[in-house]
Design a protein around this ligand. Structure first.
Ligand code: DGL
Length: 279
């Protein structure tokens, strides 16, 4: 099969807004999305486990979709495993890491809230980002596995009020600590960007990395076109664009979530990567 331009990977629904952002910048690019739902949540796992799972997922998807560029639309995988992925695969990767640099340039009181998975808030990569880009700031951290789980399992079938209630504990936490900005450093949270901003009000700025990641993904593909034009020679068309796959569905509710988001976003839901992974 002729390769897709971009393969987006996450543990679940988190990377979907990143794929949509890329499509806004590059509508003609062919994209495939895979959520490793059977191993969700990555953020609660040990680092060695995350590294191993992301290598296995990348190997499986690379073989199936032959992508030109892989976007790791997951902060947890990016901070823990980008180095090992780059060592193991020759495909160029674009990572998604906490937008600390952007937050440090926007904060007025030098107090930044970092909202991520438990793994990301404690990872040494995050530590390095803070030391490099926000050394004059206080960075208040919160790992919020409960909110990640709500988004993966209930978000798209939840009401606006339920969604606002879900983000309120995190917003209150950062407000109490005096943060004037909140970095959404788990891709799942991007689905609630509006609710975060509504609950936070105009004294707190909600920041995410979507734009930066999508622009970097565009740059990487265009450089690849110059370096390896032969990769772009094929006249075969890619079968389904923006196809969304999962590695397994644990419940009818999870299936309803994916179907609901895909229908709303006008994106084809392809179900499980391999039929045998339906649990
Ligand atoms: N979406 C992922 C991230 O950006 C993590 C969700 C999970 O815990 O699996 O970190």
């Amino acid at each position: 099969m002729s390769g897709v331009d971009y393969l987006f990977l996450d543990s679940g629904t988190g990377g979907l807004p990143y794929m949509m952002e890329l499509k806004k910048l590059l509508p003609q690019a062919s994209c495939v999305y895979v959520g490793d739902t059977i191993h969700f949540p990555y953020g609660e796992r040990e680092i060695e486990d995350i590294r191993q799972l992301s290598i296995e997922l990348t190997a499986r998807c690379t073989e199936k979709f032959n992508p030109k560029v892989i976007v790791i639309a997951c902060n947890t995988i990016s901070v823990s495993s980008l180095d090992v992925l780059r060592k193991n695969f020759s495909v160029p990767f674009v990572g998604t890491v906490p937008a600390i640099k952007l937050a440090a340039s926007l904060t007025k009181n030098n107090c930044i809230g970092l909202l991520a998975t438990r793994h990301t808030v404690n990872d040494s990569y995050t530590e390095d980002l803070i030391a490099k880009f926000a050394k004059n700031c206080t960075v208040v951290r919160r790992g919020d596995a409960e909110l990640v789980s709500f988004i993966e399992h209930n978000l798209f079938t939840a009401s606006y009020e339920e969604r606002c209630n879900a983000v309120t504990p995190a917003v209150n936490f950062f407000r109490q600590h005096g943060a004037d900005s909140i970095v959404l450093a788990c891709t799942h949270f991007i689905h609630l960007q509006n609710e975060f901003q509504d609950v936070a009000g105009n004294q707190i700025q909600v920041i995410d990395s979507r734009d930066g990641v999508a622009r970097q993904a565009v740059r990487v593909l265009s450089e690849l076109k110059k370096e390896k034009p032969e990769l772009f020679d094929s006249t075969e068309s890619v079968p389904v664009d923006k196809a969304v796959y999962v590695t397994g569905l644990r419940s009818k509710q999870d299936e309803a979530e994916y179907r609901s988001w895909c229908a709303r976003s006008n994106v084809p839901f392809m179900g499980c990567l391999e039929a045998s992974s339906i649990h």
